[in-house]
Design a protein around this ligand. Sequence first.
Ligand SMILES: Cc1cc2nc3c(=O)[nH]c(=O)nc-3n(C[C@H](O)[C@H](O)[C@H](O)COP(=O)(O)OP(=O)(O)OC[C@H]3O[C@@H](n4cnc5c(N)ncnc54)[C@H](O)[C@@H]3O)c2cc1C
Length: 379
Amino acid sequence: MVLEAETVGWGASSRNGGMVLTGLKIGAPELCAKVGRELTAEMYRASMESIDCVERIVREEKMECSFARCGHLEVASKPKHYRRFEEWAETITREFGREVRLVPRKNLQTEIGSQMFFGGLVDEGSAGLNPAQYVAGLAGAAKRAGATLCERARVERVERSTESGAAGFRVTTARGSVFAQDVFVATSGYTGAATPALRRRVVPIGSYIIATEPLGERLGAELVPRGRMIFDSKHFLHYFRLTPDGRMLFGGRAAFFPETAATIRESAEILRRDMIAVYPKLAGTRVEYAWGGTLDFTFDMLPHAGEMDGLRFAMGYAGHGVAMATYLGTKMAAVIAGEKSELAFAEVPFPTAPLGLYNGRPWFLPLASLWYRFLDLVQ
Ligand SMILES: Cc1cc2nc3c(=O)[nH]c(=O)nc-3n(C[C@H](O)[C@H](O)[C@H](O)COP(=O)(O)OP(=O)(O)OC[C@H]3O[C@@H](n4cnc5c(N)ncnc54)[C@H](O)[C@@H]3O)c2cc1C
């Protein structure tokens, strides 16, 4: 039974940029220093498998969601970021035997119709899809597999309980209560008071997107010649792509706070200005849509999955959840079904803020926002 507070796919899953990305939020060398070579290699393997996992589900369930293995392009916002790409590419090839391709500035026009960047890194393993169609496809697949989908059923309490001799949980929702032997929490950036221990470990951060009118084939091919998923190398990063119907989709963390009508309005202005800085040719192009959603960051920038207070969970995707949430969802389902599964993301402790300074209300976001803007200036 799927219990959803709003409607299926209402959260980040229907609102994201549809980038099905290899890799994690943290670069390989930094991750090696943090968790060691072995776990880093396992996490990278999982990130590759996660793309295959999405592709397989899309194929098996015959989902129409424009899935395409188009690869991604990360562009260097500063010359020193390109030097960091060289280090990453070297680590990824040496440690994981994978090829990613460096694109020096002089060749960058083959990948992006913008003069703004100092080189790029291409990973052919990544893909793109239409997220709203994908999450609707997942809901359809779950129904066909026998799941009951309950909308407008916000979980208010989860308490240990026993029924007919079986240990489990009584789950109380806005629409009634149900007994479950196993509970899997997948609330990501919308994690709330019903699961306080998880809420203390996830920081909700806003991300915003605009989409232009359709550009036409010629202009689209000039701006994104290879149809890749593109993002830049800053902390306050921008991500952009062509949609399957030929619009420029341009997103970013224009405001740090989770979405409201006001932050969406403000962000749309900022994103339009930033889009024109990347692509001056879009100065006269109409923006037809703007929206926002909430991402789930963790204090160590890694996804986590496992068991806490008897509840299974997976979350903390930091903008890489399209593939990783699908993958960890299938892994945790296998664990619940009794399969043995070794998950690298279950082996690292899931940290909360030091000294109990965070109870789920991210009071520090204005400071964090200033800090990352400062880092973008100096790093
Ligand atoms: C604007 C934006 C752009 C993004 N772009 C990308 C991208 O291009 N590529 C990428 O990989 N990732 C991207 N992400 C991140 C990605 O969308 C998420 O990591 C992923 O969708 C998480 O999926 P999920 O199912 O775990 O959580 P969500 O899709 O957020 O779903 C959580 C659900 O839990 C429900 N819920 C919360 N509390 C309760 C409760 N008490 N009871 C019942 N239900 C509850 C919510 O209503 C919500 O529908 C983006 C996110 C945003 C916001």
